[in-house]
Design a protein around this ligand. Structure first.
Ligand code: B3K
Ligand code: ZN
Length: 844
């Protein structure tokens, strides 16, 4: 396969002035007629005319009305074109019903749907399918279906047709078409300058009762973007469609967002608090793309983080504003460590702005998205809130309607602040997670903090330069008072010392507050100091972080030296759980342990070989010890966390349910499932139903409830996804593979639907001790299914290969077992480009 490089970027030789499309829908033979107005760019001399096109049957092509016979290749079309402006026309036939890859125009339960990002438009018709080619689109959809949608504003419709016009120039990846037997949940929004916008959420008949929350989240997002970023919506309609077959969460097509049904449909009976929060965040994310992504888009796919990092950052700000900022931050850091750190420290490591790829769909990663958002958070911290706001205003004013680069983005910050950001820019080009080592010194009223940074080698990158790292630090006095409030130290050299004078007593430093940079802190701080921070830190993030460090050290002591859990950690967490002044959601997070996979990563980082069974046993033992330690408190907490008001998925109620669920898990370890069974019996919302069922399964009980759950929810595909997933994620290590294997034989295991495929094989890979069971059967089961899915859906297959990315952490036997599976996948005839690239990078 061909490798594409950032350094080879060259602009397209033509402007596209206008695109007209006509779709004649038919499941196996949809006709797409295009009329595209091109003009050679004034400065380009006889540029080559190449249009992308894949899996298209060309019926007819013409230039300025004259039929032509273009040269066709596997990837597109070329032909001679006149100088100046001309009209290119083509008629092609495509087969949406057999499009199982879910890229381009495809069908899901009788509904037509598109997914064009990144390079799916070329499977719809011949076109310069690159984000720096922007044009207005006019679309006519002919089809015998009640709802016919495309981007922009509706201009005409009648029996069997609808016409749409999108006045905002856009790249083809933002094109969308939806047609089907759908019902609308409708509402209305008036923008700050008085534009009246019709809002519709289109769903399959039967799903009408799951729309209210998504619609409300949309209206709140629209308002928030006006209030916080001064960004107003720019069309007369905003449509969202829910689709069951979808490769990812959602897609920000201009004026017509398409959502995986799991990322938009929710009711209290069928969705958990976590589902509601995720839906709110994704609705916000896709809506915010209207400015950061659509009005200002990317020059090329290497600049993906320009829109994704910024939009993730914006949706996180939104969630922090409407829920709890510390709880959101802690959740994001847990997620970053679980998904981005393994990527950044393994064979798939790549810069936030990658420099090469074979298949761009493989670069929609935690590094581009989540680390990309961290980079923006650091920039905001370094320049300050005021300058950040000014820089964003300048960005929107200067680049509206353009396809931009990271250079353009950084330049607005340089222009606003006068600061030179070339060292900061290394965050975009150097892969890997920086290590920051902490040394302290104290004497004569001066406390000094020496920070040293290093950045490990990563694929294709060695001997890296020091980064510009903002380290937020506060100091606490011996009685827990803050003696120096948070300030941002700018670590720019390999090793640097920062002094704090005039202190009456040796302080305890609270370092990397709010997780001010995505780094791994190598603590010089003692266990006593961590326990002190757990009790006193005024920064809620770092207070949680102290608990996490103590939990990690406790577990590592148990795993490597057979130690028993330390009282400092157990007492520290217990006093937090007892503290009614603290937000229940926050207390629930304080009681959590690092994941087993994270522990494996920490052990590997320290040069030790992780033993998945030993990690599992230690985690179980510590949870049991914690439950016993908290025994006397549990009944009181349980009744305090009961919610009597009718269900609301807001921060307050969901926080209570979240701590309630922690209490229920602990109690189940002590009462054998008595409380969980009674909670299950009276549960009237999915959060409680699932947490009590989970507690029962963990206790080795609950088979009857599991069967009843299936009977109750058989007709609800999103709930049945949970039913599949729960069983695999909670299976004991030596049962995991068998449970997953059995479920893949269940009549409801519709494996071609990505959500269902992921509901079993996702948790298989996430169940650390079960996946890494010494007999290697789980590796083989996952590989079997990846091989089976690849010809059907390369994108989802390739993405799930990352389950193997940490393989070099483990012992020689496990490495050999995993290598054999990776090689077996690699040797599969006609393996997709997507999966080939992933497997070969992982094996490298
Ligand atoms: N931009 C889309 C992701 C497209 C993925 C293509 N493989 C969703 C989002 O980030 O909002
Ligand atoms: Zn996005």
């Amino acid at each position: 396969p061909q490798t594409i490089y950032l350094k080879d970027y060259a602009p397209f030789g033509f402007d596209v002035r206008e695109v007209n499309l006509i779709f004649d829908l038919a499941p196996n033979a949809t006709r797409v007629t295009s009329r595209i107005r091109f003009a050679a760019k004034p400065d380009a001399e006889h540029p080559d005319f190449f249009l992308h096109g894949e899996q298209l049957k060309l019926i007819r092509a013409a230039i300025d009305g004259q039929e032509i016979t273009p040269t066709l290749t596997e990837t597109g079309l070329t032909c001679d074109v006149p100088d100046g402006a001309f009209t290119f026309e083509a008629e092609v036939e495509i087969d949406p019903a057999n499009n199982t890859a879910l890229e381009g125009l495809y069908m899901s339960n009788g509904m037509y749907c598109t997914q064009c990002e990144a390079e799916g438009f070329r499977k719809i018709t011949y076109y310069p399918d690159r984000p720096d080619v922007m044009s207005t689109f006019t679309v006519r959809v002919n089809g015998d279906l009640p709802v016919l949608l495309s981007n922009g504003n509706p201009t005409d419709s009648g029996e069997g047709f609808a016409e749409w016009h999108d006045p905002w120039p856009k790249p083809a990846y933002l094109f969308a078409l939806v047609a089907g037997d759908l019902v609308a949940h409708s509402d209305h929004f008036t923008t700050v300058s008085g534009r009246e916008v019709d809002l519709n959420l289109y769903v399959r008949p039967g799903d009408e009762g799951k729309c209210a929350f998504g619609m409300d989240a949309l209206k709140r997002s629209m308002k928030w973007d006006e209030d916080v970023y001064g960004r107003e919506y720019d069309l007369d309609v905003f449509n969202i469609v829910a689709v069951d077959d979808f490769n990812m969460g959602a897609m920000e097509n201009k004026g017509l967002n398409v959502f995986n049904s799991s990322a938009v449909l929710a009711s209290p009976e069928t969705a958990t608090d976590a589902n509601f929060e995720r839906i709110e965040a994704i609705i916000a994310h896709e809506y915010f793309h209207n400015w950061t992504g659509n009005r200002i888009t990317c020059r090329d796919w290497f600049q993906l983080c320009l829109k994704e990092g910024l939009t993730v950052f914006r949706d996180a700000q939104f969630t922090s504003d409407v829920r709890s900022a510390p709880v959101k931050r802690i959740g994001d850091v847990i997620d970053l460590r679980a998904r981005q750190f393994p990527e950044d420290n393994g064979p798939l490591a790549h810069p936030v702005r990658p420099e090469s790829f074979q298949e761009i769909n493989n670069f929609y990663t935690a590094t581009v998205y989540e680390k990309g958002a961290e980079v923006i958070g650091m920039l905001k911290r370094l320049v300050g809130d005021q300058a950040y706001a000014e820089a964003l205003d300048l960005y929107f004013a200067r680049h509206d309607g353009q396809a931009c680069t990271i250079e353009d983005w950084l330049k607005v910050f340089e222009d606003v602040t006068g600061r030179e950001l070339s060292q900061f820019k290394l965050w975009y080009s150097q892969a890997g997670t920086p290590r920051v080592k902490v040394e302290e010194d104290w004497g004569d009223g001066t406390y000094s903090l020496t920070l040293s940074q290093s950045l490990p080698d990563s694929p294709g990158q060695v001997d890296k330069q020091p980064m510009h790292i903002p380290v937020a630090v506060g100091l606490l006095g011996p009685d827990g008072d803050e003696v120096r409030e948070t300030q941002t130290l700018e670590l720019t050299e390999a090793r640097q010392t920062f002094r704090f004078d005039g202190l009456a007593a040796k302080p305890t430093a609270s370092i990397l507050r709010e997780f001010s940079a995505p780094v791994i802190l190598e603590h010089g701080v003692s266990r006593d100091a961590q326990a002190f921070l757990l009790a006193h830190d005024t920064d809620p993030f770092n207070r949680w972080s102290a608990a996490r460090v103590l939990a990690t050290e406790t577990l590592i002591g148990m795993i490597t030296d057979g130690k028993t859990p330390g009282g400092d950690y157990l007492d520290g967490v217990l006093s937090v759980l007892r503290n009614d002044d603290l937000d229940p959601a926050y207390r629930a997070l304080m009681a959590g342990l690092p994941t087993q996979s994270e522990l494996a990563g920490v052990l590997a980082d320290r040069g030790l070989i992780p033993d998945p069974m030993a990690i599992w046993r230690a985690s179980e033992t510590l949870k049991q010890a914690m439950a016993q330690h908290a025994q006397d408190l549990l009944p009181r907490l349980h009744s305090q966390m009961r919610v009597d008001a009718s269900y609301r998925p807001d921060a307050e109620q969901s926080g209570k349910r979240s701590l309630g669920s922690v209490v229920l898990s602990m109690t189940t370890r002590l009462d054998g499932g008595e409380l969980a069974a009674s909670e299950y019996a009276k549960s009237d919302n999915m959060t409680l139903q699932l947490s009590s069922l989970g507690a029962l399964l963990r206790a080795g009980k609950g088979q009857e409830e599991l069967a009843a759950f299936y009977d109750q929810w058989q007709a609800d595909r999103l709930v049945i996804d949970k039913w599949f997933g729960l069983q695999v994620s909670l299976a004991e290590p030596d049962q995991t593979c068998a449970v997953a294997q059995k479920l893949t034989g269940h009549p409801d295991f519709h494996w071609k639907t990505p959500n269902r495929f992921r509901s079993v094989l996702g948790p298989l890979a996430m169940n650390h001790a079960g996946f890494h069971h010494g007999d290697g059967t789980s590796y083989a089961l996952l590989a079997d299914w990846l091989i089976r899915l690849d010809p059907v859906n390369p994108q989802t297959t390739a993405r799930m290969c990352s389950a193997f990315q940490t393989w070099k952490r483990y012992d020689a036997d496990r490495q050999a077992l995993i290598r054999a599976q990776l090689e077996r996948i690699a040797a599969t005839p006609e393996l997709s480009r997507d999966t080939t690239e992933m497997v070969s990078r992982i094996l490298d």
